[in-house]
Design a protein around this ligand. Structure first.
Ligand code: BTN
Length: 240
């Protein structure tokens, strides 16, 4: 594990140093001063939470690395807040009901020589965020400590998270179909009515019917058209 007390963003650092980093390396920071989220959002990053970027070499695309990351988060938060119900919200957020507890920002690194690429999977997990610290968040969010009512030991959680990541990364190599099947089955949006904010800014409503083998959403629009969508954000239209 490579640890920084404070850094702009573990993803920015890991992507810039990708060639020197080993497969399976985890880059971690106690604080991020310019944490980044998907769709150009900011990831608020005060002390007390997990900010980590996981390096995978020789992967053919981002899907399975992201699946390994979100399953490691899911297993972690289920251990830290037993009795709470968590699910993956496509593509890779982890939610408790309607509130987000973790987000993932994947950066696929393409070598110029056509060799298999690599992946930096940046993962933020809210362990000790308070309601006040979420005041400027763009969406409903929660943390382990809000759910349990007690502080969460960040160091112990990080150590457990690292081992869970390695377990799922090993499955990625030995049994990718098993990893994909579990990631898909943990997705809380399957079969639900959702609003899909597509990459071009358009909003579609309909049924989140299935997830294709490449990770895209198979979406039945309210007007009857079926579409395959691979980029965007999804919001449940009815309560989980
Ligand atoms: C999202 O939900 O929008 C993704 C959030 C990803 C946050 C993590 S924290 C560690 C890594 N470094 C970053 O700057 N972002 C990711």
């Amino acid at each position: 594990m490579i640890f920084f007390e404070s850094i702009d963003s573990t993803n920015t650092w890991a992507a810039a140093h990708f060639a020197e980093l080993a497969d399976g390396e985890l880059v971690v920071a106690a604080v991020q001063t310019a944490g980044r989220g998907r769709l150009d959002r900011t990831w608020i990053s005060p002390r007390g939470n997990i900010y980590a970027s996981f390096v995978l070499k020789n992967v053919s695309g981002p899907l399975l690395g992201v699946a390994a990351g979100s399953l490691a988060v899911l297993d972690l938060v289920r251990e830290l807040a037993p009795g709470e119900k968590f699910h993956i919200k496509w593509p890779n957020d982890v939610f408790r009901g309607t509130a987000k507890i973790s987000g993932i920002l994947a950066q696929y690194i393409c070598p110029r020589n056509g060799a298999p690429g690599g992946l930096v999977t940046g993962i933020g997990v809210n362990l000790n965020m308070s309601r006040d610290q979420f005041a400027s968040a763009s969406q409903e969010a929660t943390s382990v400590s809000i759910l349990t009512g007690a502080p969460c030991d960040c160091e112990a959680a990080l150590a457990r998270f690292e081992s869970l990541l390695h377990i799922h990364a090993a499955t990625l190599r030995s049994a990718p179909d098993t990893l994909f099947a579990r990631w898909k089955s943990e997705n809380g949006l399957l079969g639900r009515r959702v609003e899909f904010l597509a990459g071009d800014g358009s909003r579609l409503t309909g049924l989140f019917r299935d997830i294709a083998p490449d990770g895209s959403v198979i979406f039945d629009e309210d007007d009857g058209r079926s579409r395959t969508l691979n980029c965007g954000d999804v919001r449940l239209l009815t309560r989980a």
